[in-house]
Design a protein around this ligand. Structure first.
Ligand SMILES: C[S@@+](CC[C@H](N)C(=O)[O-])C[C@H]1O[C@@H](n2cnc3c(N)ncnc32)[C@H](O)[C@@H]1O
Length: 222
């Protein structure tokens, strides 16, 4: 985890590094109003165990708030841009048609993740994992999906700014999982670099308006 130097923390903040799947200190249990977990889907295979563990930290009435991406990006489902207007009778294009480089890299990344036993549907299963833990009020489980622009393609100034920030993450993504992809033996390093370039070219062009769907799921502890 990257965080500021300790001298810059507000006095009431503490960072503690530990394995969340290992038993937690007794004195932490039932102590917290909010427990937030973010972007752990690629690191933790046993998500139901994670949810059971996090729920033990909450007070009765406290909230679990989880933020996780889907494991592949897609084209936006929001209304078409002005340049697309007038083309309302045309059939919506697929990711493969508009961004073949992104589609190809998506496929490689998913195959690699699956070869290491990761569940590609894990994000969509989080609400049921929360319910199955038995610790949360059923009617309190809520979900919301937001589209994170992969680059600065949006005409909306706020979304454009978010896309500008996200661009460097999007471009860096292939290299962050390069070791895993090569270890899966799906492709060799030369093929990896070709696939990476195709993906990055599509990201930079913004063609088709690619987004990463991000889910926020929250629930109230019984
Ligand atoms: C994609 S990063 C997200 C980091 C941060 N939560 C964020 O949103 O920026 C995934 C993080 O999960 C951490 N992680 C994976 N397994 C873990 C475990 N069992 N206990 C605690 N952290 C874990 C990794 O060390 C890594 O920092």
């Amino acid at each position: 985890m990257i965080h500021p130097p300790e001298s810059e923390y507000p006095p009431n903040i503490r960072f503690i590094k530990r394995d969340i799947l290992a038993p937690l200190p007794q004195e932490w249990l039932g102590r917290f109003d909010i427990v937030h977990a973010r972007f752990l889907i690629t690191g933790i295979k046993d998500f139901p165990a994670l949810i059971r563990r996090l729920s033990t930290l909450l007070k009765s009435g406290g909230y679990l708030v989880i933020l996780e991406p889907e494991l592949k990006c897609r084209l936006t489902t929001s209304s078409r841009s002005s340049q697309d207007e007038g083309a309302e009778h045309s059939t919506a294009k697929t990711l493969e048609e508009v961004c073949p480089g992104i589609a190809r890299y998506n496929k490689i990344a998913l195959q690699a993740m699956q070869s290491f036993g990761m569940d590609m549907q894990a994000t969509s299963k989080i609400p049921s994992y929360i319910l199955e833990s038995g610790s949360f009020e059923e009617q309190s489980v809520k979900t919301q999906c937001k589209e994170l622009p992969m680059s600065d393609w949006s005409e909306d100034p706020r979304m454009k700014q978010i896309g500008e920030c996200q661009l460097s993450n999007s471009l860096a993504y292939p290299d962050t999982i390069k070791r895993m992809v090569l270890a899966s033996s799906i492709i060799d390093e030369v093929e990896f670099e070709i696939a990476k370039k195709g993906y990055q070219d599509d990201i930079r062009s913004g063609q088709g308006r690619p987004v990463l769907p991000i889910w926020c799921i929250w629930a109230k502890r019984k």
